[in-house]
Design a binder for this molecule. Structure first.
Ligand SMILES: [Zn+2]
Ligand SMILES: [Zn+2]
Length: 300
């Protein structure tokens, strides 16, 4: 087993053509650093998605701090942060996103679960004493907030578009789908499946995806006591992928109570059920080429 810290893992060069994914935070609910999470990582949800090299940041959990550090010396000056929703584990990294404090950067923050309102009011509360010492007003000139209705397709000025869908979760959440060159990945967190059969809308959303990053907070056994909390299971994720012809599942939003040993056990079962599927790890990079999905990053 690879015992290096996820933070120390080297990353492969990111593709300038096609879709690439890099996980900076894979955990749900609360960051859980420590000896029990060295393999899969302890930071909360944050994923870098590049489409033909173009950067999208999906969710702003505690993993966003590390992602931001990789961008400080990079060429990019504009960043689109697509939030699934505003629960703490998906925004807690924002105050520590280094580009926020660079005057020559332009950051747009999107949210789709607020009835069309922007996330500005909620984030202003987060960025105000006594919760945080630096107020958002200082940054307002290079910060934009975009509200939309989950289900809309986001169309960006540079011609890129991203599909969205509403997700069943307390207060609502938004799923994102990125398509390029006949390949696609979907980000479906936080989400609770409706029942024993996948819903047609969700099947349509992840149809033929190469990779579905999916909320697998609970094992089937643990789900019984946590039904209605807004999270799902590997089994429901695999059923959705099977119904939609999606190729691989990336188990995501790991339960903070599941340590590396438990996730390795879950991952072994997952790989047996669906070869090529895996439990997402902090520092892991995946690239969708024209031929196939290749896996880079840590191996066991
Ligand atoms: Zn969450
Ligand atoms: Zn949530």
């Amino acid at each position: 087993m690879d015992t290096r810290s996820p933070a120390a893992l080297d990353v492969a060069p990111l593709a300038t053509r096609g879709i690439s994914v890099r996980f900076f935070g894979v955990r749900g609910s609360i960051p859980v650093p420590g000896p029990g999470t060295l393999i899969y990582g302890g930071n909360t949800a944050c994923v870098e998605v590049r489409v033909d090299g173009r950067l999208f940041i999906v969710d702003a959990g505690s993993g966003l701090a590390s992602l931001g550090n990789t961008l400080i010396d990079g060429p990019e000056r504009s960043f689109d942060i697509l939030l699934s929703h505003l629960h703490q584990d998906h925004i807690v990294g924002l105050p520590f996103f280094a580009p926020l404090y660079e005057p020559d950067r332009h950051i747009k923050i999107y949210a789709g679960n607020l009835g069309g309102r922007t996330p500005e009011a909620a984030l202003r509360t987060m960025f105000s004493p006594p919760l945080f010492p630096i107020e958002l007003d200082h940054k307002a000139k290079h910060l934009d907030f975009v509200g939309f209705h989950s289900g809309e397709t986001l169309r960006f000025e540079d011609g890129f578009s991203v599909r969205t869908t509403p997700l069943r979760h307390p207060g609502g959440a938004t799923g994102y789908r990125f398509d390029a060159h006949g390949h696609a990945i979907a980000y479906v967190s936080d989400f609770e499946h409706a029942g024993s059969a996948p819903e047609p809308e969700m099947i349509d959303f992840v149809r033929d995806c190469d990779l579905v990053i999916y909320d697998t907070t609970f094992t089937v056994e643990d789900y019984v006591a946590c039904k209605g909390w807004g999270h799902s299971t590997i089994e429901a994720g695999l059923a959705l992928c099977a119904a939609a012809g999606a190729k691989r599942l990336a188990a995501f939003h790991h339960n903070p109570d599941y340590d590396d040993a438990k996730l390795a056990e879950i991952e072994a079962k997952l790989e047996r059920a669906s070869p090529g599927s895996f439990c997402a790890r902090e520092g892991q990079v995946l690239q969708l080429s024209k031929v196939a999905l290749s896996r880079a990053g840590p191996v066991t």
